[in-house]
Design a protein. Structure first.
Length: 304
């Protein structure tokens, strides 16, 4: 694997749990991937864009302010109009892996987002840059070789079960690029942007019996697009818990275009109950578990 980026954790990247926020893991990975794509001859141009359609992240070790990091990786596999990239973010002081990534890209026309061929030169360069997927880069709880947009529950079912997380909203032009599309990396913003539904309660911190505080640390995520989102689309996000265990839970979120009644994107996340003072995993408290179980829908787990 080649080193794609050297960086470090800065104070503005620290979140309420006292470590680097998950969004910055992704930002470092995207910067590294841009360097890799550029080296393959796939830098953005007027005729071709390579957009991120699928993003899997596995978090291994938390990173604190000042930690020196490097992104290293290569190409997992490549086709005529698509490729997958493997990356890992490592602390160069300790040698610990902070996170691993499997990123899926498609070559498209910048204006229409219709697929375009990558080209022979880039295909040859990508083939020379291939790397195997290491054991520590494999997924634990979220599959990476399926298509999570297939088998998604229909909009009517999510509405019937009152699983909406945000009120309907229209995507503004200010949230889009020059061609009117939402950034391919903005699935989480589509899920959590806008106004929450009145009965949806989000608590970033929970009180523990010993007086401490618990939050949910993100362990794995996968964001996948069914289609691009554009300015003027009227969307709404829905969510449910698909599995709750002693210390972890699996949540899935769906973004739908309300007027077309079509799926836009799917976001899955595995969260770990985390004692922020002792900086260790803890059992999910009973009252929190009971609240989460009201949104547990086992039948929405797609068939394997």
């Amino acid at each position: 694997m080649q080193v794609l980026l050297e960086t470090e954790v800065t104070p503005d990247q620290i979140d309420h749990l006292g470590h680097m926020n998950v969004m910055f893991y992704g930002a470092h990975a995207r910067a590294g991937a841009a360097n890799l794509l550029g080296s393959l001859g796939l830098a953005p141009s007027a005729d071709l864009a390579v957009v991120q359609r699928d993003t899997y992240v596995r978090h291994h070790h938390e990173q604190l302010v000042g930690a020196p990091l490097e992104v290293r990786g290569g190409v997992l596999d490549v086709g005529p109009d698509r490729l997958r990239v493997y990356e890992e973010l490592a602390n160069t002081d300790t040698g610990a892996i902070a996170a691993t990534f499997v990123l899926g890209f498609e070559a498209v026309d910048p204006a229409t987002r219709e697929r375009r061929p990558i080209g022979d030169a880039a295909l040859d360069a990508a083939a020379r840059a291939t790397v195997p997927l290491p054991e520590h880069g494999r997924s634990r709880s979220i599959a990476i070789d399926d298509d999570p947009t297939v088998g998604a529950p229909p909009l009517a079912l999510l509405q019937e079960r009152r699983l909406a997380e945000r009120l309907p909203r229209t995507i503004a032009e200010s949230a889009c690029d020059a061609d009117g599309f939402v950034a391919p990396t903005a699935v989480a913003e589509l899920v959590w942007g806008g106004e929450p539904v009145p009965d949806h309660v989000f608590r970033p911190m929970e009180s523990l019996a010993d007086g401490g505080q618990m939050g949910f640390a993100t362990m794995e995520t996968r964001a996948a697009w069914a289609r691009g989102a554009r300015a003027g689309d009227r969307i709404q996000s829905f969510g449910a818990e698909l599995d709750i265990r002693d210390k972890t839970m699996l949540s899935r979120h769906w973004v739908y275009d309300l007027d077309r009644e079509t799926l836009v994107a799917v976001f899955s996340v595995v969260s770990l109950a985390f004692d922020i003072s002792r900086r260790r995993a803890v059992t999910i408290p009973g009252d929190v578990r009971r609240r989460m179980e009201t949104r547990l829908h086992l039948d929405l787990v797609p068939p394997t």
